[in-house]
Design a protein around this ligand. Structure first.
Ligand SMILES: Cc1cc2nc3c(=O)[nH]c(=O)nc-3n(C[C@H](O)[C@H](O)[C@H](O)COP(=O)(O)O)c2cc1C
Length: 367
């Protein structure tokens, strides 16, 4: 797949998840295979220019973490341009612009003219970045403010004219937050709105089948996966397998899940140091545990780890506790197996409610 001058090995993307898609996690998913391009958490352009250590930690990378896009946010054109230059000089393969929800003004003043003003302003900012760097500039957006203001097609058209090399669109409105159904028809409208650049669909891809359905129904050139990659870091490779062979591979086994979880912790410690790495891992380990079967014993204990050996002790303790749920072959008994994951847009109308997916407070203001 091609994004401007950048050739990618697959059309599968890791979406930015602030606080999660850091270097250790990106390396984990890349080691498992299938990822075409990964993106950093969003980075404040001004913080980069002010050389804040936290901003530089967010863009920390290594050869095994290529190709990498850095996602920037900010509203001052000169700052966004200069931050894009910094990112390019540090070897990023692409720079992505977090569009947040660009249509707040439409809502406040209730008119299309305000939206056009906003679009013009955005186009100026984007053009400044595109002209300054040689790497592709991409943009990530939602469908719009609410169902009555699905402005993404207009925005995508304006951004293509301003020179962006690809559009990432989360198929929900700002009003929907992270709930409700991802709107495939809305993504399709964005695909139809642009002429020559790829549109990447995003939202709720938790299984290979969901990825295929999004591609088939929207005509998008690729898909980007956020939370689904945390449930299932193997998902990229499983999607490729489905697209190439038509067959769905089973989810990773418990032992493979544990192996990758331990690898993830090792990388957290390598990159953040043992104390901080373990502290940060307290909120990561429960994502792996979501597919372990009964896991409250593990989740209760893992939130206290401060060292690698404490983590190992929690894991050993949990393995022993989990034995009560296994059959003679050592597999989880069927009644204790986690329910299959189903994307919102593939759920039967009367299906059971989805599993709770944690989203930090206020996130929707920006993403
Ligand atoms: C915890 C969390 C952090 C996120 N951080 C960002 C971010 O930094 N930049 C961004 O553009 N979107 C961010 N998003 C939105 C995701 O990239 C993605 O668009 C959304 O979660 C839908 O995709 P998914 O269902 O595959 O997760 C975040 C979402 C979550 C849940």
């Amino acid at each position: 797949m091609q994004i401007g001058s950048l050739t990618l090995k697959s059309n599968l993307f890791l979406s930015p998840l602030a606080g999660y898609t850091n270097l250790p996690f990106r390396r984990v998913v890349r080691e498992l295979g299938g990822v075409g391009l990964a993106t950093t958490d969003l980075v404040n352009a001004r913080s980069l220019l002010e050389q804040r250590p936290k901003a530089f930690k967010l863009i920390e990378t290594c050869p095994a973490d290529a190709p990498l896009a850095v996602q920037l946010f900010g509203s001052v054109p000169e700052e966004m341009r200069d931050a894009a230059l910094v990112v390019e000089a540090r070897g990023a393969a692409a720079v992505d612009i977090n569009m947040g929800c660009p249509v707040r003004k439409v809502c406040n003043v209730g008119g299309g003219s305000a939206m056009m003003t906003e679009l013009d302003k955005t186009a100026v900012l984007v053009r400044g970045m595109v002209n300054a760097v040689n790497i592709p500039v991409t943009a990530k957006m939602r469908l719009g403010w609410d169902d009555n203001n699905l402005t993404a097609p207009d925005l995508a058209r304006a951004l293509e004219a301003a020179g962006v090399a690809a559009i990432f669109v989360h198929g929900r409105t700002r009003e929907q937050g992270f709930g409700g159904t991802v709107n495939l028809a809305g993504i399709r409208k964005v695909v139809a709105a642009v002429k020559n650049i790829p549109v990447i669909g995003n939202g709720d891809i938790v299984t290979p089948q969901a990825a295929k359905m999004m591609v088939d129904e929207t005509g998008c050139a690729g898909v980007s996966i956020g939370r689904g990659a945390f449930y299932d870091p193997w998902i990229f490779q499983r999607i490729l397998h489905l697209l190439q062979t038509g067959a769905v591979q089973p989810e990773a086994s418990f032992s493979e899940r544990v192996r990758v979880m331990c690898r993830h912790l090792d990388l957290m410690i390598e990159i953040f140091g043992e104390e901080l790495g373990c502290r940060m891992f307290r909120k990561i380990a429960p994502w792996y545990a979501k597919r372990f079967g009964p896991c409250h014993e593990f989740n209760h204990q893992v939130v206290h780890i401060a060292t690698r050996s404490q983590f190992q002790a929690v894991l050993e303790n949990y393995r022993r506790w989990r034995e009560q749920f296994l059959d003679e072959q050592g597999e989880l008994q069927i009644r204790f197996q986690p329910r299959p994951l189903v994307a919102s847009f593939m759920r039967e109308p009367d299906a059971a409610p989805p599993q709770h997916i944690p989203v930090p407070k206020g996130a929707v203001e920006h993403w």
